[in-house]
Design a protein around this ligand. Structure first.
Ligand code: PLP
Length: 382
């Protein structure tokens, strides 16, 4: 089997991740921040360790500014719904995943003013388009760092400068880039970063987070949910302290332990080495697919300007048939369709059918890529 669906979720996970999860449940199984006994303290330590690792991984100095959520969708909803009020202006791009688009469409109906900056057919975003859309009334710019359909990367630092000049904040959806590209929030000017644990960060599903930059005043963000935090239990009001203001309910201990181990695993290998490996795989996939008859490859076709996500279609073949045959006849696991991002497909010209998406991961080899290309070649020539 050749797993090329790492943009949906990465697989397999490093063994260290599985060990850390089991270990946390076996040896630190108390409820963190609730009881004062040793197992509760041990659980709190596991969680704090991961908070520290995430903060340093994304270039934030205060670990309490790492807010754990269930996934990137939850983190994006927390930021959007926590900040935007009727009358506020928000700017996004035409390449967004529905994790951004659906909450924005909903907020738009409630009176938030939404501008969608058009991207080019390769998914790239001209920063001048952002500059045209952002005004002095803009409260937030929200954009995906790397497209989940074609992998195209946006120029975060330039967009941050545009947002900041207008007095707006920048929320980055790093679902596809965290763990695949180096991200330093303070150097890049990112104010809010939503990430998910189960893709290139190598963690399990069910854990993600919102990282709030050191200089952001948290009084401008309302919690998405309120409830027990283990702190200030005498009060029936939500605490204002971090991270409790935004983290109600029992934490996902095993998920956080697994995510922490995933991050350490990445740090040991080095994010630059991972990036170089993924770039080589992309290059080989793009070149192989582009050489086949009747195959159209979408995106920049440039691994320097994208993460390792490649979309293609074949003239005269339905994408559902390609996905099914790749799985059943060749053991190549892909994802077909719209990938929860209809706006992106409208932008690149593949709506409503969608594309076949291939997403190698850290464990994919060049040999895997060659076999996948051979499989597609046999299909398109048969
Ligand atoms: C660009 C992008 N944003 C957000 C998400 C949502 O991530 P999750 O399903 O983990 O919340 C995804 C998932 O595929 C994604 O690709």
């Amino acid at each position: 089997m050749i797993y090329l669906d790492n943009a949906a979720t990465s697989w397999p996970k490093p063994p260290e991740v599985l060990i850390a999860m089991t270990d946390a449940l076996e040896h630190a199984g108390g409820n963190p921040g609730r009881s004062g006994h040793r197992l509760s303290i041990a659980a709190a330590r596991v969680i704090y360790d991961t908070r520290e690792t995430i903060a340093s991984f994304f270039g934030v100095s205060d670990p309490l500014r790492v807010i754990f959520t269930g996934n990137a969708t939850h983190a994006i909803n927390l930021a959007l719904k926590g900040m935007l009020k009727p009358g506020d202006h928000v700017v996004t791009s035409s390449m967004e995943h529905n994790a951004v688009m659906r909450p924005l469409r909903n907020l738009d109906r409630e009176g938030v003013r939404l501008s969608i900056t058009p991207c080019a057919t390769d998914g790239s975003l001209d920063v001048q388009e952002v500059a045209r859309a952002v005004t002095s009334g803009t409260r937030l710019v929200v954009m995906t760092h790397g497209s989940n359909v074609v992998g195209t990367i946006i120029l975060v630092a330039e967009i941050a400068s545009i947002a900041h000049r207008a007095g707006a904040l920048l929320l980055v959806d790093a679902a596809q880039t965290a763990g695949a590209l180096p991200i330093n929030m303070s150097e890049m000017g990112i104010d809010l970063l939503a990430f998910t644990g189960h893709k290139e960060l190598q963690g399990p599903p069910g854990i993600g987070g919102l990282v709030i930059a050191d200089n952001i005043d948290i009084s401008q963000i309302e919690p998405l949910i309120r409830g027990g935090t283990g702190s200030r239990s005498e009060s029936e009001e939500q605490p204002d302290d971090l991270p409790d203001k935004f983290e109600s309910g029992t934490a996902n201990l095993a998920g956080i332990a697994g995510l922490g181990a995933g991050l350490k695993w990445i740090q040991e290998r080095g994010i630059d080495e991972i990036r170089n490996h993924l770039k080589k795989l992309s290059r080989s996939l793009i070149d192989g697919l582009s050489s086949l008859p009747n195959v159209k490859v979408y995106g920049t076709l440039d691994p320097e300007r994208s993460v390792a996500i490649i979309s293609f279609t074949v003239d005269g073949m339905r994408i559902s048939e390609i996905g099914l045959r790749l799985d059943e006849e060749f053991g190549v696991l892909s994802r077909v369709g719209l990938h929860c991002a209809p706006a992106a497909h409208k932008t690149i010209g593949s709506f409503p059918e969608g594309t076949v998406r291939l997403a190698p991961g850290v464990f994919t080899t060049i040999d895997d890529i060659q076999k996948a290309i051979q499989a597609i070649s046999r299909m398109v020539r048969s």
